[in-house]
Design a protein around this ligand. Structure first.
Ligand SMILES: Cc1ncc(COP(=O)(O)O)c(CNc2cccc(C(=O)O)c2)c1O
Length: 291
C-alpha cells in the first residue's frame, strides 16, 4: 500500500483527500518541494527544507510543524513506504478556508507528504541528450510572482510544458522579460563555451535550484571556471555543451535547441563528467533514513 502523510496522520492513497475549499486547490496558494531519495538518503534535505521555510515566510504562510518535526515526518514517510530510491513531494497549502482569497480565513495550513518510486530519464537520454526548444511564454517577473518561491502557482511552467508538447520535445526554455534565458519548465540551465561553464544568476528570475548549486560546487571542486551571468539564446545556440539540472533531471545534456545542433549533437565531455561527480554524492549529502 502507499501511505500519504496528511496533517500528521498516515492515510491510504485512496483516502488521501483534502477539501475543495483548500486554497492550494482554489488559488495555488501554497508551496512545495520535490526531493529525491537515493539509497535511503534524503538528498540535500536541509537545502530543500530551507527553501520551503523561506518560501513559507515570503508568502506569510505558517507551517504548523517545526523544522525538526517536518524532517521527522519526511523520514517517517520514507520509512512507512519502504522507499530506498524514490521521490518525495512535500506540499504545504494555505489550508481550508472559504471562497474568498483572504488567507486569514484559512486557520491552519495543510501538510501533505507523498512518497513514490521514481520515474526518471533513460540512460540513453543522458548520453544522447534532449532535444529542446525555447518558447514565447516568459518566466514570471520577480516583482509579480517571484520564481524563487517554489509555489503551487505552476501554470507559468505548465504553459511552457504545453508549448514543449506541441513542439514534440520533452523540455523548453523560458526567457525572462528582458529576453535573457531564465530556465526550463522544471530545471535550471548551464552552457559550456571554451571550457567556461555559465548559468544564469538567480536574479534573472529563476528558481534557485538545489541541483544547480550542487553542480556549481562540483565545478569549483574540480577546477572548472564557473560563472553566474546572464546569456541569450544566441549564446545557447553557439555553446559547446548545454545541460539542464533539477531534482528529477539530475544533470541532463541538451543535444539540440531550436533546431541548432549543440556541439557534437550529444552529451558533451564536461556534462558527462559533472553527472558522474554528481552521482557520487547523491547517497551521501543528506539525511540517512535507515542508518
Ligand atoms: C522551475 C524550476 N526550476 C528549476 C528546478 C530545479 O530545482 P532543483 O534542482 O532544486 O530541483 C525546478 C525543480 N523542478 C522539479 C523538482 C522536482 C521534480 C520535478 C519533476 O519534473 O518532477 C521538477 C523547477 O520546478
Amino acid at each position: 500500500a502507499q501511505w500519504i502523510y496528511l496533517n500528521g496522520e498516515f492515510v491510504n492513497k485512496e483516502d488521501a483527500k483534502i477539501s475543495v475549499y483548500d486554497h492550494g486547490y482554489l488559488y495555488g496558494d501554497g508551496i512545495f518541494e520535490g526531493i529525491r531519495v537515493y539509497e535511503g538518503n534524503i538528498f540535500k534535505c536541509k537545502e530543500h527544507m530551507d527553501r520551503l521555510y523561506d518560501g513559507a515566510k515570503s508568502i506569510m504562510l505558517e507551517i504548523p510543524l517545526s523544522y525538526d518535526e517536518m524532517q521527522e515526518a519526511l523520514i517517517e514517510a520514507v520509512k512507512k513506504n519502504e522507499i530506498i530510491d524514490g521521490y518525495i513531494r512535500l506540499v504545504i497549502s494555505r489550508g481550508t478556508g472559504d471562497l474568498g482569497l483572504d488567507p486569514r480565513r484559512c486557520p491552519v495550513a495543510n501538510v501533505i507528504i507523498i512518497v513514490e518510486q521514481l520515474s526518471i530519464y533513460s540512460e540513453e537520454d543522458y548520453v544522447n541528450g534532449l532535444k529542446i526548444v525555447s518558447v514565447s511564454t516568459r518566466r514570471n517577473i520577480p516583482d509579480a510572482m517571484n520564481p524563487k518561491i517554489k509555489s503551487l502557482n505552476y501554470l507559468n511552467n505548465v504553459l511552457v510544458k504545453i508549448q514543449a508538447n506541441l513542439a514534440g520535445v520533452g523540455e523548453a526554455l523560458m526567457l525572462n522579460s528582458d529576453g535573457f534565458v531564465a530556465e526550463g519548465s522544471g530545471d535550471n540551465i548551464f552552457i559550456v563555451k571554451d571550457g567556461m561553464i555559465i548559468t544564469p544568476p538567480s536574479y534573472i528570475g529563476a528558481l534557485e535550484g538545489i541541483t544547480r548549486a550542487a553542480i556549481i560546487d562540483i565545478c569549483n571542486q574540480h577546477g572548472y571556471v564557473v560563472k553566474e551571468q546572464p546569456f541569450t539564446l544566441h549564446d545557447v545556440y553557439v555553446a559547446d555543451e548545454v545541460f539542464l539540472t533539477g531534482t528529477a533531471a539530475e544533470v541532463i545534456a541538451t543535444r539540440e535547441v531550436d533546431g541548432r545542433i549543440i556541439g557534437e549533437g550529444k552529451a558533451g565531455p564536461i556534462t558527462m563528467h559533472l553527472l558522474k561527480e554528481f552521482r557520487k554524492i547523491v547517497n551521501k549529502d543528506g539525511v540517512q533514513v535507515y542508518k
